[in-house]
Design a protein around this ligand. Structure first.
Ligand SMILES: [Zn+2]
Length: 303
């Protein structure tokens, strides 16, 4: 797939959260999902924030997404793994909607990184005006045609007035965005004073992350640029003047990520081992520290 390699890698020299230049290396790992290339995760010695460093610049990162295998952008239903994934996805959409409607019952919702628009389409009703942002050209076109919804490019955020949205959702998106602080500030400006932002991210402190180490599928380098835990995400939100209203587990992610990690390890009986580790990860998180594989944060602007 990669015939010509003209990569421009960007090296991070200053921590995006605390500004420190004091780093140590955390992990050396491969892009098991697509390219098999080697990448590195750096940890800030001062605040503990972990990030892919160096990372491909924005003109080249898209080549790491172009694959039928990338399930969040794909609608193929081949194989038991994908069938199960889509079934779980449907249930997950309903529970995400219920969660949002427990805070805000109607208004304007923006799904940032909406993919094929399936989450957003669940909100189509007299109660909600739906908007999406999707960087990939083909996916954006597909989503807006399929659901008849206004879906724009990330750079088009400027078309919206300040305080326009009641809800902004980012389902496994924040870890893909290079300019974290700029983006969060921009979204903050677009949010109504009593609006909420819903952010779901993988948790690098989860049991499955520690168990799988460099095989952990949710490191997903180089697509994931940032590898949050509760401490680093809280610090990032604090820095950008948000407060956390609540923190909810995503129970299915531990299974999905663990099965994928077992596949990357080329394990025998990867499906069943993944289920077992996913189950154990959820159990550990529920007993100890709420360090689930993925976590949903409901946040709002600090008053
Ligand atoms: Zn730092």
């Amino acid at each position: 797939m990669f015939h010509v390699k003209l990569f421009i890698m960007i090296t991070i020299e200053k921590c995006n959260i605390c500004g420190s230049k004091n780093f140590k290396s955390f992990l050396e790992l491969k892009d098991y999902f697509l390219s098999e290339e080697k990448f590195y995760i750096t940890e800030c010695k001062d605040c503990g924030f972990k990030f892919t460093n160096p990372y491909p610049d924005e003109n080249h990162i898209s080549s790491y997404y172009k694959s039928e295998k990338y399930v969040s952008h794909s609608n193929t239903k081949k194989g038991i793994f994908f069938k199960l994934y889509h079934l779980v996805k449907k249930n997950a959409i309903n529970s995400k909607k219920r969660l949002i409607e427990s805070y805000v019952q109607k208004g304007r919702i923006l799904d940032y990184g909406c993919g094929t628009g399936d989450f957003l389409s669940a909100f189509i009703s007299e109660h909600w005006d739906c908007y999406g942002i999707e960087p990939d050209d083909n996916t954006r076109l597909y989503a807006s045609e399929k659901h008849k919804l206004p879906i724009n490019k990330p750079n088009d955020l400027t078309i919206f007035e300040d305080c326009f949205f009641d809800v902004i959702s980012m389902w496994h998106v924040l870890e893909h965005i290079p300019d974290l602080n700029t983006k969060l500030r921009q979204l903050r400006t677009l949010l109504k004073p009593n609006g909420i932002i819903v952010i779901a991210v993988p948790n690098s402190d989860s049991y499955d992350a520690r168990y799988y180490g460099n095989y952990w599928a949710a490191f997903d380098v180089p697509r994931h640029l940032h590898h949050f835990n509760h401490t680093s995400l809280t610090a990032l939100l604090e820095k950008n003047e948000f407060e956390i209203l609540s923190r909810k587990p995503m129970h299915f992610d531990s299974f999905y990520v663990s099965i994928l990690s077992e596949k990357y390890k080329k394990s025998f009986l990867s499906f069943f081992k993944g289920i077992a580790i996913g189950l154990f990860s959820n159990f550990m998180a529920s007993q100890k520290n709420l360090n689930y594989s993925s976590i949903i944060y409901i946040i709002r602007k600090k008053p």
